[in-house]
Design a protein around this ligand. Sequence first.
Ligand code: TXA
Ligand code: MG
Length: 337
Amino acid sequence: MKTKIFETTKNDIEEASRLIQNGEVVAFPTETVYGLGADATNESAIKKVFVAKGRPADNPLIMTVADAAQLDEFVTISDQARGLMDHFWPGSLTIILPIKPGKVSMLVTGGLQTVAFRLPANDAARTLIRAAGVPIVGPSANTSGKPSPTTAQHVWHDMQNKIAGIVDDGPTQVGVESTVVDMSISTPIILRPGAVTQPQLEEVLQMKVIDATSTESVASNVTPKAPGMKYRHYAPDKNVVMFDGLDALELKQVLAPNDVVMAKDDMIEKMALTNHQAWSLGNTLETATEQLFAGLRFYDDDSQITTIYVQKMPPIGIGKAFNNRLGKAAGNQEFQN
Ligand code: TXA
Ligand code: MG
């Protein structure tokens, strides 16, 4: 199959939406990462998504909508969940809700009684879904085990000739996948940290929210895990190691010729690294998060490189999501001086 590249013009998006209506898979932009779109009510289309990603069948897909009203047919929505949608949608929050019996394909839910929904903050995505006229499944558009794609070129790298099309809307803004919160149980649980943070959720809900990925929760092993969490997320050929900014100068001393560093600009300057040795994470937590997967993908494809050292961020705001994804890529290996 030849993968067609679409722009975000009205004509192109309409053509892409017809492919989706015909049961084909089309990658689409969101503000977090690119997703793999297919008609969520068409089982043969859903199967194609699992094949293209190489994803295990028991890892459920999220459903992406253009409008919160599209949910009513599929799920029961509590007042609290409604409050989150009103406040954070369109945006980087995926909400897990109890399904109405028989209303969602087992292929989407992986056999669970719940399903995850998101309304992305990207105009092309919403136009595409509206034109298709159905919710679309929207897992990240990477091959299972690779970092999520933040550009159409990343999608092309993983999906060329495996899917019908890619809608190219340039680089994504956030750079890591949405926050996943389980609202199907009495105490909300964050299963994946993202741009929407635990304090923000607590403020809107006016109740305690558990972060299943925080060190305390993981250590005490009390909270359930997202089905996806049991899979190794990113298995680079390269050795990925996290480092603390305080250890930068010690790291510099042991850096081998085939090692590279991903760090914020002030750190690159402090370590006096050349362009060949460093990938800039910019100046802020937000730019660092936006650049994380792009840098990992770039170096992972470079056969010259042995180890990628990546600077850890302070665990505030989206820094938690950054460190969470970095920890997975690094298999939690830390630089010890
Ligand atoms: O930002 C995002 O959410 C991106 C963009 C493309 O929208 N999508 C994305 O989808 O990251 P995916 O499928 O790669 O990640 C969704 C995560 C997976 O870890 C999956 O296991 C979990 O959500 N998940 C989906 N449905 C679930 C459910 N019913 N219960 C628990 N976890 C669920
Ligand atoms: Mg994914």
